[in-house]
Design a protein around this ligand. Structure first.
Ligand code: PMP
Length: 390
């Protein structure tokens, strides 16, 4: 039976990591990686996470199952962080999932069960959105989102696409820190978007994977908070991988937000049933860590302060990079005002490969770079190598 299978292509990004590791050149630069890096090139464990892990090691007295919902305290506190004041206006029911990816997959399974057939995703988007939704059996349709050459959001075209969407369609939106473009939507744009989705009967599925990496914890959720007050139902897929640095602990949640508790509970009962026939119950550790941090004012303050430092570092690199690149690539002045870890550079595949071969600068052929892959001291040198392309 195994022989009947065909070999699958390696994940392009994971393959790139392998190539980078094998490159013996000193001073090589990894802009492909999808995790935060500090000035020393490390992906640190947050201080608050370490402190809580010590407590859990001593204090945890059982490894018995948590149940299909996962850690209720995690869900409650995480939703306070995401929903803010808006949480009081709506009914929300959450299920803990293995990472944001698990949340997206459960969301896809749920909307299929609810009768949706299509999900609309921006062009471009995180490639795994397409993979996850297609694997679940949804038809994946693109809407225009971003013009890479001019580094602008194609907002009018995006709205026009939603104007012709069908009731029951699902719209995948990035809550903030768009991957791969970093391009933000203004609050006014979120308002216009919310109005159109409500009018067309389109269900928004908001992917919130980088809260705190853009403009701030509250600021990064403001569009989403407005949206849930306007549309009758929203799905929110939250990842704690980046915001709490828990990547490998597979920590996330899917929240069904509705105008009334009965609808949210119905969604939750189905999300749990779907989880049962998939991975059954989520891993405990990451959620226990986040719950403990968010239950303690001092730990929360320390975690948020560390996140502030990360955000400030990314913003600083963005400004330096944008100023340097704007000469050879005028559109890249926009990189300074983009958010989160990623920007999408208007490079050809040949140029990306030339940077890799000639200068050991690694990024996927799409031109997506992780700003956090750069150390401040490297920026000038990297800018010079980019500028020499044109
Ligand atoms: N959404 C987006 C936009 C992402 O970039 C990622 C991670 N790269 C995820 C969701 C999922 O993250 P995880 O499953 O690791 O929590």
């Amino acid at each position: 039976m195994f022989n009947a299978l065909s070999r699958q292509p390696d994940d392009a990004l994971l393959a790139l990591i392998g190539l980078y590791k094998q490159d013996p050149r000193p001073g090589k630069v990894d802009l492909g990686v999808g995790v935060y890096r500090d000035e020393e090139g490390r992906t640190p464990v947050f201080r608050a996470v370490k402190a809580v892990e010590r407590l859990l090691l001593d204090g945890q007295d059982s490894k018995a199952y948590l149940g299909l919902e996962g850690d209720a305290g995690y869900l409650e506190r995480l939703w306070s962080l995401v929903g803010g004041a808006a949480e009081t206006k709506v009914a929300t029911a959450g299920v803990q999932t293995p990472g944001g990816s698990g949340a997206l997959r459960l969301a896809a399974d749920l909307v299929l069960r609810g009768g949706s057939k299509r999900v609309l995703v921006g062009q471009p988007t995180w490639p795994n959105h397409v993979g996850i939704f297609a694997a679940a059996g949804l038809e994946v349709v693109s809407y225009p989102f971003f013009d890479t050459a001019s580094q602008t959001v194609l907002f009018d075209r995006m709205i026009a696409a939603f104007e012709t969407a069908q009731p029951g369609d699902v719209a995948l939106l990035h809550g903030s820190c768009h991957n791969p473009t970093g391009a933000p939507l203004s609050l006014d744009q979120w308002k216009e978007l919310a109005t159109v989705l409500e009018k067309r009967g389109v269900l928004p599925l908001v992917d919130l994977a980088y809260q705190g990496f853009g403009r701030g914890l509250d600021e990064d959720a403001e569009g989403l908070r407005h949206l849930i007050g306007v549309v009758p139902e929203t799905l929110v897929a939250v990842s704690s991988s980046k915001s709490f640095g828990l990547y490998r602990e597979r920590t996330g949640a899917i929240f069904a937000v509705a105008a009334a508790p009965a609808a949210a509970d119905l969604a939750k009962s189905n999300l749990m049933a779907l989880a049962r026939t998939s991975y059954s119950m989520p891993p405990d550790h990451g959620a226990a860590v986040v719950r403990t941090i968010l239950s303690d004012a001092a730990l929360t303050a320390d975690w948020a302060a560390e996140l502030d430092v990360m955000r400030a570092r990314i913003a600083g690199i963005r400004r330096k990079l944008a100023a340097g690149l704007a000469g050879a690539f005028p559109a890249l002045a926009a990189v300074a005002a983009q958010e989160g870890m990623f920007s999408l550079l208007p490079l050809t595949e040949a140029e990306v490969l030339r940077l890799r071969a000639d200068h050991a600068i690694y990024m996927p052929t799409s031109g997506r770079i992780n700003i956090a892959g750069l150390k401040t001291a490297e920026v000038d040198d990297v800018v010079a190598k980019f500028a020499a392309l044109r």
